[in-house]
Design a protein around this ligand. Structure first.
Ligand code: GLN
Length: 556
């Protein structure tokens, strides 16, 4: 797999046609994975044509999950797919928006950097885009660039112009791929190529001719239709890649490989051949598709109409499941449905998971679910808000502090078990944590931080007895150390701490598996490297199911 690396980066642009949500992110990740598994240095970039400077302030209901990188950027959820496929940490440079591009150009203009020139989309905005693309490509053999949105969108034009200019400057180093839909007209039972033809025509009108078409379709295209598409879109006959709906997104690289996507890529860049080693990947995908065992996890959340807002976590459960040859069924439970205390929904699950969240809606239902898992010895994992609520639940029901609360839900609470990060900073008189001023006014703790694990704890075992780990954060509130001694005296162990003494993880001593963490472990989970604490939780749920079954059998 050794390659003589060229000094020149090859740029692969991925655009989308016909409609949005065609899986451009998965297509880009899949191709990047094949290239990486072939021994190349691959980097990947997502360009978002919206005006927001970052997705941090966008509603998860509108935009899906905000993915947090190790360096603390709040990015698009596609960056999460890239990291999960490529098994690598990306940074804030791997995603930029129209808002960021304009912001830097306008800042430069205010500083007088343009020497009094009139600032225009061409050349200034386009130059800024090109320069950002090149910066990410530096040092890579391939840079895959996914352009968000659909061809024909007004806000996409400056980016397409940047692509066109890069192609002009570096003709042998750029390749263009168009991901499109071949709709099935049910009444006629026919697949229709016309929308794709129009979309490619629109691309050509602005000076870009794709070399490869990735055609999403419900039904196999067949040779004739592929040939027709190749002819009408002016690509080589082997360059129409059929992309049928897959059972798992992780199948996509394997499907692309079967469809022969690497032949036109190699040819275009005058490479002899590109041959990836996908054996481990193939084995993991088989375990996702037809595993030996299955378990059910209750996922007690709030944004259930848009499951995309929990993307990293649902993917992390898939990774953990694949690792132990088990399908992890998710039982989605709206936390508001548990507020009455009616918890029948939890009776038949093998584990309870409380994800992160913001705001007070549904909090009581989550607290009820936590109490249930604690008392009934059901394996439990709490993440971020899930940890904060585990502490509140324990304080209320075990320590008898009825008023225990988070300052997020009641800023004037008399028992702030969870309080604002600023309070921690102020009380010590100095900034002990790196914080980011969010545009909404609050201070967010974002990105990767060190966490020191207590020796012998469940969490330390999960992380292979590591003394210290790094995981990613996104929160405004912290557990209040004033309650620490009382929590510990009653059996709640503080098993993870930041070097400054912030409470990062807790677990219960007299429970088979009750762990909660202030960080978001899901952001570092990958198919090839599942997150250790999520894996430990899924294993605990699998064991609980097995012992439950064994017990039921002895009772018969
Ligand atoms: N709302 C809580 C906080 O800001 C938890 C955040 C989260 O779960 N990501 O601290």
């Amino acid at each position: 797999m050794a390659h003589t690396h060229t000094a020149h980066t090859r740029y692969i642009f991925v655009t989308g046609g016909v409609l949005s949500s065609l899986g451009k992110g998965i297509s880009s990740s899949s191709l990047a994975t094949l290239l990486k598994q072939s021994g190349y240095r691959v980097n990947i970039l997502k360009i978002d044509p919206y005006i927001n400077v970052d997705p941090g302030t966008m509603s998860p209901l509108e935009h899906g999950e905000v993915f947090v990188t190790a360096d603390g950027a709040e990015t698009d959820l596609d960056i999460g797919h890239y990291e999960r496929f490529l098994n690598t940490n990306l940074s804030k440079n791997n995603n930029f928006t129209t808002g960021q591009v304009y912001l830097s150009v306008i800042e430069n203009e205010r500083k007088g950097n343009y020497l009094g020139k009139t600032i225009q989309v061409v050349p200034h905005i386009v130059d800024e885009i090109k320069q950002r693309i090149k910066a990410v490509g530096k040092g890579a053999d391939f840079l895959v660039i996914e352009l968000g949105g659909t061809i024909g969108d007004i806000e996409g034009l400056p980016f397409l112009e940047a692509m066109r200019q890069l192609k002009h400057e570096l003709p042998n180093q750029t390749l263009s791929i168009h991901v499109t839909l071949i709709p099935l007209v049910k009444a006629a039972g026919e697949l229709k190529t016309k929308p794709t033809q129009h979309s490619v025509q629109e691309l050509r009108r602005i000076g870009i001719t794709p070399q490869i078409i990735i055609a999403r379709s419900e039904k196999p295209l067949g040779k004739d239709l592929k040939r027709k598409l190749a002819m009408s879109c002016d690509v080589a006959d082997d360059s129409v890649i059929e992309a049928l709906d897959a059972q798992s997104i992780y199948q996509c690289p394997l499907n692309f490989l079967k469809e022969g996507i690497l032949a036109p890529v190699a040819r275009h860049f005058s490479l002899e051949s590109i041959t990836p080693d996908m054996s481990e990947w193939d084995m993991l995908v088989k375990k996702i598709i037809s595993p030996k065992d299955e378990i059910t996890i209750a996922f007690v959340g709030k944004y259930l109409h848009l499951k995309e807002s929990y993307k990293s976590l649902t993917e992390a459960l898939i990774h953990a499941g694949a690792n132990i040859d088990t399908r992890v069924h998710i039982k989605w439970i709206d936390s508001e449905m548990l507020e009455s205390g009616q918890l029948d929904e939890l009776c038949d699950v093998d584990g309870v998971l409380i994800p992160g969240g913001f705001g007070s809606r549904g909090v009581l239902g989550k607290i009820n679910a936590i109490e249930y898992a604690r008392i009934h010895n059901v394996p439990f994992l709490g993440i971020c808000l899930g940890m904060q609520l585990s502490i509140i639940e324990f304080a209320r029901h075990e320590l008898g502090i009825a008023q225990a609360d988070s300052a997020e839900f009641d800023p004037d609470t008399s028992e702030p078990c969870i309080y604002l990060i600023e309070d921690f900073i102020d009380s010590s008189g100095q900034t002990q944590v790196r914080t980011h001023q969010s545009p909404m006014g609050g201070t967010m703790r974002l990105g990767e931080y060190e966490c020191i694990l207590a020796k012998g704890s469940k969490i330390a075992q999960a992380y292979h007895n590591a003394k210290s780990i790094k995981e990613r954060h996104r929160h405004r509130y912290e557990a209040n150390p004033a309650y620490r001694a009382r929590l510990e005296a009653s059996g709640m162990r503080i098993c993870g701490e930041s070097p400054q003494g912030l409470i990062e993880a807790i677990e219960l001593e007299n429970h088979p598996f009750f762990v909660a963490v202030q960080f978001h472990p899901e952001f570092t989970s990958r198919l090839q490297a599942p997150n250790p604490i999520i894996l430990a939780f899924v294993k605990a749920a699998q064991e609980a199911k097995a012992t439950g079954k064994a017990k039921a059998q002895t009772h018969v």
